[in-house]
Design a protein around this ligand. Structure first.
Ligand SMILES: Nc1ncnc2c1ncn2[C@@H]1O[C@H](COP(=O)(O)OP(=O)(O)OP(=O)(O)O)[C@@H](O)[C@H]1O
Ligand SMILES: [Mg+2]
Length: 496
């Protein structure tokens, strides 16, 4: 039996009605998922107010409700036999209730949260591989929630608190001892991971993505900082000192920390390294001694991601032997600087879809390509428009030839989006063609590749769909690249 008052421990209740000593059979924010005896938490979304679905929730059997309202709002009509609780911030309370309902399982796990604009998925996957050599480890991120055979494909980078804690309880009961998790700034603002006690927070990079949600850069950085404000004296922050925002985060820390990066000041940094088109070798200085690694990952940004993973693993006390072995075996994450073909020329699929990611990815690859760098890219529709010209600029400045195409046009005309992107090119810039059909764009780029050229297909990575105004179609950059290469009689990497 779990009572409502157990779930609300430590929550500031503004007012209430009915008994809090009632059994709660489950908690839900979606009125359609309500089962008899559930508590319905009415979240105020950006478009919808959960309270509008109160009737549905009651019809489906909700016996209690938690909601928030603004001071000047009148209370909604709530049936007299229903227990209700008014709180200040329903999302915050949801996270606490979800954790309590599932037995605070994350308190018994060593949790690492990774935040920043780029590199989260790569670092999370690397860490999962390294931690798993010594600890049963679960992972949550853009690609979904995974533990020991259980997997749920994600639709949000940070899932809702109810889903997170349900998953964590499952993992805990199966013996899971640690968790590595991508924590997006949006997820942080919405308190989705709030009730998880992170023993480590990792900060990767910061740039202006998600500005449609966060409005200003300050707001966005503040959201990211939430993860770090909550780290206590026994916890650790792992900070990318190469990023210009690093100092702002270091200033507010109340915990122990290590910095990583290429900078001389970094606690964890490479003292010797070679980055080639087919991999990385490095000797890395750490507070526990030097460690030499070999990896098949491509590019400087990935050496940065490896540094983050090494720093976190050293803090956790994973043995050097296990760290090196896991990094050596680790294959590129699907869609993140992932080679499809590496013979006379190279074809790489990459997920970079922000100006900052494009720039650092292209700069990374520029270092290792001997001839031309040909880039296929576009910007998504119905999202932050301000990044489009910046993406155009980053692409034009860092690649030799551009095939400008569509990403997910969503509710917009692909031609308009391409125009916005092209507005970032310098006047007189000519090294590009425009091809709104992404399949044809990829074909054109690969067909023009010559010996030692590098073709990068950017923006969609692991996605296997393309979203248009009126339809969503199956679309896979890998498939298109492989088919094109096959027509050119090239053997592609079998499991790329
Ligand atoms: N450390 C890094 N710094 C800058 N760019 C990076 C870094 N690591 C990866 N990238 C680029 O960003 C892209 C996305 O990487 P990744 O999926 O690891 O990031 P993410 O933070 O999980 O992104 P998202 O918020 O979309 O889930 C990569 O394909 C690569 O081009
Ligand atoms: Mg990610």
């Amino acid at each position: 039996m779990i009572y409502l008052d157990d779930l609300l421990k430590g929550v500031d209740i503004v007012s209430k009605s009915g008994s809090l000593h009632d059994n709660v059979s489950g908690i839900q924010i979606d009125s359609r998922k309500i089962q008899p005896g559930n508590c319905f938490i009415a979240i105020r979304g950006y478009k919808e107010n959960g309270l509008n679905y109160l009737g549905d929730a009651i019809a489906n059997g909700a016996t209690s409700i938690v909601f928030e309202s603004k001071p000047d709002e009148t209370l909604p009509d709530i049936p007299i036999n229903l227990t209700w609780v008014l709180v200040k911030n329903a999302r915050f309370v949801l996270s606490k209730m979800a954790a309590a309902f599932h037995g605070h399982v994350s308190d018994s796990m060593y949790a690492v949260g990774i935040t920043g604009t780029n590199g989260k998925t790569t670092i999370m996957s690397l860490l999962h591989a390294i931690y798993s050599t010594e600890l049963e480890t679960a992972k949550i991120g853009t690609l979904g929630m995974f533990y020991d055979g259980f997997q749920e494909k994600a639709t949000l980078t940070t899932p809702e608190a109810t889903d997170i804690f349900q998953f964590l309880r499952y993992a805990y009961q199966k013996g899971c001892k640690s968790l590595v998790m991508e924590v997006s700034s949006v997820g942080l603002s919405l308190y989705r991971a709030h009730a998880i006690h992170f023993s480590q927070g990792i900060f990767t990079t910061f740039s202006g993505d998600h500005l449609d949600f966060h409005k200003t850069m300050e707001d966005y950085l503040k959201a990211k900082m939430k993860l770090f404000e909550r780290l206590g004296q026994e916890d650790w922050a792992v900070i990318n000192i190469d990023d210009p925002s690093a100092n702002k985060i270091l200033e507010l820390l109340n915990c122990k920390y290590l910095t990583y990066g290429f900078s001389e000041d970094a606690d964890v940094r490479p003292i010797r390294y070679k980055i080639k088109l087919n991999g990385i070798q490095a000797t890395i200085k750490t507070p526990k001694g030097d460690i030499t690694i070999k990896s098949s990952l491509v590019g400087r940004v990935n050496l940065s991601n490896i540094l983050a993973a090494v720093t976190s693993s050293v803090i956790k006390g994973i043995s050097f032997e296990n760290i090196t072995a896991a990094i050596k075996e680790f294959q590129p994450v699907k869609g993140r600087l992932d080679p499809v073909y590496q013979e006379d020329f190279t074809v790489i699929v990459d997920y970079a879809h922000t100006d900052n990611a494009l720039e650092s990815m292209l700069k990374s690859l520029r270092e290792v390509v001997s001839k031309r760098l040909i880039l296929v890219f576009g910007a998504g529709g119905s999202r932050d428009k301000s990044k489009r010209p910046r993406m155009g600029k980053a692409a034009a400045e860092n690649a030799d030839f551009l095939v400008l195409t569509s990403d997910n046009p969503r509710q917009e005309d692909p031609i308009d989006i391409m125009r916005d992107v092209a507005s970032g090119f310098d006047a007189g810039f000519k090294q590009f063609i425009q091809e709104p059909d992404r399949q044809k764009a990829i074909q054109k780029a690969i067909n023009m590749a010559e010996k030692d050229d590098l073709v990068v297909i950017a923006g969609k990575g692991h996605e296997d769909y393309q979203i248009f105004m009126d339809k969503t179609i199956h679309f896979d950059d890998y498939e298109v690249a492989r088919e094109t290469l096959k027509r050119l009689k090239k053997d592609t990497k079998p499991n790329a």
